[in-house]
Every structure is written in structure tokens, then in C-alpha cells.
Design a protein around this ligand. Structure first.
Ligand SMILES: Nc1ncnc2c1ncn2[C@@H]1O[C@H](COP(=O)(O)OP(=O)(O)O)[C@@H](O)[C@H]1O
Ligand SMILES: [Mg+2]
Length: 305
């Protein structure tokens, strides 16, 4: 099975590793490969500019999907939209819904109750993944730029936790529908973005473990900003011997960096069963196009299953 042949891809990882850049590049690569794709991020309840919007050149990213380019839509996931959608699905009649939405008590409950932020996000995500248009599924693929690690696990772990509290009723039904998609390895996968350095690699391994505990299938690891290695193994050994006999030459730092990246990569591939795909260091001012190209190459040669 091709690594993009899923309905939902969650792009996770520690902040600063390039999660957002990679999510946008992946969505664009998928759209160009002919998939009707939605890329989204979880809106910050405190507002602030959209990171995916900036990379895609869209000013006002909102909770409704908007077209960016052929086959590619963008939107925010709003806990609020999810809560509204949920009330609409369980309350009979418009009057009651309107009253509930206007109620301060309901509002307080929805924003303050533990897990209800995630619950709203979850509902909004599910409504987009299940959305239909002209009698067929609106999107082939939804790519979600996940928040920081703790919030990622709060979201992927939500169904299990809430189902233990409320095994029956409309919320339970919704959570089970979500699980049936997200936790099915044929439909959902989480990819961890990380860097070829010791600490980020350790964090990526831990995040994969955390995801597995929440029953989220692992797609694999996207090893971002992998320096390109111009050396063959014998050449590398020769340079190594030569460097050991000198003290401090130009190029040594770059050479050592490649070496450290290779070591970090080796440790990662030894520790995880899931595939590891390299993504190159690209143009610092405009990293998306180079990543789209690299991802298209992975797609062409099968990359991961
Ligand atoms: N492959 C890459 N090559 C060069 N620069 C990159 C690459 N990936 C990410 N960057 C840069 O790294 C910084 C962090 O990326 P970002 O996607 O915002 O990370 P995150 O979402 O994980 O916090 C940005 O300045 C981005 O341009
Ligand atoms: Mg980001």
C-alpha cells in the first residue's frame, strides 16, 4: 500500500523540526498526484496567524475549507465548530440548538470541561473527513499538522479515555466512528517528523511509542533536513583517517555533521519498525518546493508501503 493511500495523515513531532513545512509539502505533493486533498491545522484558541496559511499564501484561514490550488483546500480545525456540529447532530430542532449555542452554561461547559477542546477538534476533523460532495467523498486525503507532542497524544488518546467514561450515547457513537477511521491502518496513519540529531531522534522514538499506546497506527518517520552525503563508504573512511591526522581544517564541521546525521539515522532505523524516509535540507527561504519534489520522488519509488 502506498504511503499516501490513507484517508487521514497526522503529521506530528516536536516543535521546530519542520512539522508544518512538511505537512504543507506533503499535502501539495498529494494534490499534484491527483488526490483531492485537505490540509489543516488546529486553530489556536487565542487566535494568531496561521502557519500553514503563511506557507500557502492564504491570508484568512478559517473553519470552512477554501481552495488554494487545484485539488488542494486549506482550513482550520476549530473546537467551537466541532461543538456546534455536535449539538446539531444530537439536538432535535433549530430552536433548541440555537438556545444551547447561546447558553452561557453550555459554552462554559464546552470550553472548560476536560477533553472538550479535543472533543470539538475531533468532531470537526471527522466531519471534514466524512464530508461528501456531489454524491462522493469530498476529500481523498486529509493532512493534519498536529500540535505539540502532549496535545497530539491528548487528541489521539481521546476516544479511549472518553469511551471509558461514557460507553454509550451520541458522543460514544461519534468517537467509535472516528476510531474506525483513524485507528484503521488502512485509513489512518501518524507520521513523526524529526531531525537527524541525537535528542530529536530519541524524542521521535518516544512519540511513536506514545502514539502506539493510543492505538494510532504509525505511518513512519520523516527525517527532515538530512544533509546530503557526497561520499561513498571508502571515501568517507579515507577522509576520516586524514582528518584524524590534521587539526582543524575547513570543512571538518560539515563533514562531522554528515557523520552525526548518519549515526542518528542508524539509531532511528534500528529502533523503529516503521519506515524512515529522508527529506533533504532545502532552500531556507522557501523550503516547500524542494520538499514537494523529494516527497514526489518517494511517492514514485514506492517510498514506504
Ligand atoms: N527541509 C528543510 N530545509 C530547510 N529549512 C527547513 C526545512 N524544513 C523546515 N525548515 C525551516 O525550519 C523552520 C521550522 O519549520 P516549521 O515547519 O515551522 O517547524 P514546526 O512546525 O515543526 O515548528 C522554518 O524556518 C522552516 O523554513
Ligand atoms: Mg508548526
Amino acid at each position: 500500500m502506498h504511503f499516501l493511500d490513507r484517508r487521514v495523515l497526522l503529521i506530528s513531532g516536536k516543535g521546530g523540526v519542520g512539522r508544518t513545512t512538511v505537512a504543507v509539502a506533503l499535502a501539495r505533493a498529494a494534490a499534484r498526484a491527483g488526490k483531492r486533498t485537505l490540509v489543516c491545522e488546529i486553530a489556536n484558541p487565542e487566535g494568531g496567524p496561521s502557519a500553514i496559511g503563511r506557507l500557502l499564501g492564504v491570508r484568512d484561514v478559517g473553519p470552512e475549507p477554501q481552495l488554494v490550488e487545484h485539488n488542494l483546500d486549506v482550513c482550520h480545525l476549530w473546537a467551537r465548530s466541532g461543538h456546534e456540529g455536535f449539538l446539531r447532530s444530537v439536538l432535535p430542532g433549530k430552536t433548541l440548538i440555537r438556545a444551547a449555542l447561546r447558553s452561557k452554561a453550555v459554552d462554559k461547559f464546552l470550553t472548560a470541561a476536560p477533553s472538550f477542546h479535543e472533543m470539538g477538534v475531533f468532531h470537526h476533523l471527522l466531519s471534514l473527513v466524512e464530508a461528501e460532495q456531489k454524491g462522493r467523498r469530498r476529500y481523498d486525503l486529509t493532512v493534519l499538522d498536529m500540535p505539540a507532542t502532549g496535545h497530539t497524544l491528548a487528541l489521539t488518546g481521546l476516544p479511549d479515555i472518553l469511551l471509558r467514561l461514557m460507553p454509550a450515547g451520541p458522543i460514544a457513537a461519534l468517537l467509535r466512528r472516528g476510531q474506525a477511521i483513524l485507528n484503521d491502518p488502512a485509513q489512518g496513519a501518524a507520521w513523526v517528523v524529526t531531525l537527524p540529531e541525537q535528542l530529536p531522534v530519541t524524542e521521535a522514538i518516544e512519540l511513536l511509542d506514545g502514539l502506539a499506546e493510543t492505538h494510532m497506527p504509525a505511518g513512519g518517520v520523516l527525517l527532515n533536513r538530512m544533509p546530503s552525503d557526497p561520499f561513498t563508504a571508502p571515501e568517507r573512511a579515507a577522509v576520516e583517517r586524514w582528518l584524524d591526522g590534521t587539526d582543524g581544517v575547513f570543512g571538518e564541521v560539515a563533514f562531522r555533521r554528515i557523520e552525526a546525521a548518519e549515526q542518528a539515522r542508524a539509531r532511528l532505523t534500528a529502533a523503529v519498525e516503521a519506515p524512515v524516509l529522508d527529506l533533504p535540507e532545502t532552500d531556507a527561504d522557501d523550503p516547500v518546493p524542494g520538499l514537494v519534489e523529494a516527497l514526489a520522488r518517494h511517492m514514485a519509488d514506492g517510498g514506504a508501503r
